[in-house]
Design a protein around this ligand. Structure first.
Ligand SMILES: Cc1ncc(COP(=O)(O)O)c(C=O)c1O
Length: 507
């Protein structure tokens, strides 16, 4: 968001410690026009204008403590009457989203609610790192991380891995490519899914995030363009930006009736033609955060376009095992792997044990041409050298037992989803309109109300804590989806609170 340079320290508008009216930055009329975009879709102009500002505050694109342009300047910039801007600001004040003081202007604030301090939380999953602990823990249900507890079979898998460990203790323990046993098990799984793969095409990594970072560091340089779905998984964008790349958005929807297509192959191809990216990052299965899965035809379209434009497409399959209500519920995939018959050197696959089994394992992998695998192994040496041996052995065990472990996992996720849908239906008169197709992520699409979302009434997916931007250009969006995998007790406390909070801010 383009904002004028903030003053060096907050400027209090009144005397004394009137913290609600501290101004941290100013929104210029030009920046306001850009921020609000096409704000008037119908109805009284002052209501639409106020609601558009309110939606920007709720989406996090307009920070609290920002001074809005004067009524007169905003009216001029938007080409509306001053009566409209004055009425819009009045409405914002009435709804608790703005405060004004004569001579000092109108400042955006959040409606007052319970002012309890958030408890500290750990970083991880798809959430940004939490801040340090502040004061005593409070009764906070944190739904910001899409992570869940280990499945029952995990402890036993570690037990069996420990029995295998002595065979490795005679060596140094550093295996930059990964243990042969795990590379073979991962390759065998690809082959079983229809993508013939040899162990030399597999690099074991310390989780999918490490795989993405290693690919970004190896394949991207400063100023290179990388195409990503918009929205997409936040930390992948961070990894690519960290490598110096400029991100190009490929807009995607959730594919539901009345919403944008989940993936538009023609748009994908024209984007490749126009921007000549060095890399494309896609989440083909149960996309984070929309939940959309690319069809077999769309996957073929991606492979063909990648070959025509000679661009590396990274398909992140971290979520592939989490189908809940599909025919593949107790077995294979919902769609063939993005890598198809496995012969294209342009399609690289990232996988992980985190969502299928447990995030704490920190084991992932890359499937790629052996030459690229060798380059990646060199890059990773300066990051982590190699992945822990015991965890790799545990994943070998889990892959061997995957049918049973995944059946338990999916049934736990189904129960969790049904609980949340029930709680949402209780908390909201309109109820949720449809179910998510997968355990992760529970995206904004499925939890929306049956009525069409608008800035005035966005879907009830408010989250209990700070969430990252899911669009490469950080544009305005609905609030990010919360993690719905928290323990049942937390959900039972959190969902009614979220509904009440939403009712307060979106009334
Ligand atoms: C799409 C996607 N990719 C990668 C990751 C990170 O996976 P890992 O825990 O294996 O690093 C996540 C985690 O939420 C994810 O949602």
């Amino acid at each position: 968001m383009a904002l004028e340079t903030p003053p060096r320290s907050p400027v209090p508008l009144g005397r004394g410690a009137v913290t609600d009216l501290d101004v941290h930055r100013h929104l210029s009329p030009t920046a306001a026009v850009r921020l609000l975009g096409r704000w008037h879709a119908g109805g009284p102009a002052y209501v639409a204008l106020a609601d558009s500002v309110r939606a920007a505050v709720l989406a996090g694109t307009l920070a609290p403590h920002t001074r809005l342009p004067s009524e007169r300047d905003l009216a001029l910039a938007l080409g509306v009457s001053r009566t409209t801007t004055a009425a819009a600001y009045r409405r914002l004040r009435e709804l608790g989203f703005a405060r004004s003081r004569t001579g000092a202007g109108t400042v955006v604030v959040l409606p007052r609610g319970d002012r309890r301090r958030p408890a500290a939380r750990t970083a991880g999953g798809d959430a940004p790192a939490g801040g340090p602990a502040v004061g005593a823990p409070v009764d906070l249900a944190d739904l910001s991380q899409a992570t869940s507890a280990a499945p029952p079979g995990l402890h036993a898998a570690y037990g069996r891995a420990l029995e295998r460990l002595p065979a490795y203790l005679g060596g140094g323990g550093y295996e930059p490519y990964g243990l042969a046993a795990l590379r073979e098990a991962v390759a065998a799984r690809f082959t079983e899914r229809g993508t013939p793969t040899g162990p030399e095409q597999v690099l074991v990594t310390t989780g999918a995030q490490h795989a993405i970072t290693t690919l970004a560091r190896t394949l991207l340089g400063t100023g290179d363009r990388a195409v990503v779905q918009s929205p997409t998984y936040y930390h992948a964008m961070e990894a690519m930006r960290g490598a110096g790349a400029r991100l190009v958005a490929l807009p995607v929807g959730d594919g539901a009736a009345g919403s944008a297509p989940g993936f538009d192959v023609d748009l994908f191809e024209s984007t490749l033609r126009q921007v000549s990216p060095r890399l494309v990052y896609l989440v083909p299965d149960f996309h984070n955060p929309t939940g959309y899965t690319l069809t077999p035809d769309e996957r073929a379209g991606v492979r063909e376009a990648a070959a025509r434009h000679r661009v590396t497409v990274v398909g992140d399959e971290t979520l592939v095992d989490l189908s809940l209500d599909t025919p593949a519920d107790d077995g294979g995939d919902v769609a063939p792997p993005l890598a198809g018959d496995g012969t294209s050197p342009y399609v690289v696959t990232v996988g992980s044990a985190s969502k299928s089994f447990w995030g704490g394992l920190r084991v992932g992998w890359v499937r790629a041409h052996p030459d690229l695998v060798a380059r990646l192994a060199r890059t990773r040496q300066s990051a982590d050298i190699a992945t822990a041996v015991l965890e790799q052995l545990a994943v070998v065990e889990l892959l061997g037992d995957r049918t049973a472990v995944l059946a338990q996992r999916r049934s736990a996720l189904r129960a969790q989803r049904d609980l949340v849908l029930g709680l949402l239906a209780d908390a909201s008169r309109n109820g949720a309109s449809r179910c998510p197709p997968a355990g992760y992520p529970c995206g904004p699409g499925w939890a929306r109300r049956s009525r069409t979302p608008s800035p005035r009434r966005p879907p009830p997916t408010a989250c209990s804590s700070r969430r990252p931007h899911l669009h490469p250009r950080r544009q305005r969006d609905r609030p990010a989806p919360p993690d719905l995998l928290a323990p049942a007790g937390d959900l039972e406390r959190a969902v009614p609170r979220l509904a009440a909070a939403w009712a307060r801010v979106a009334r």
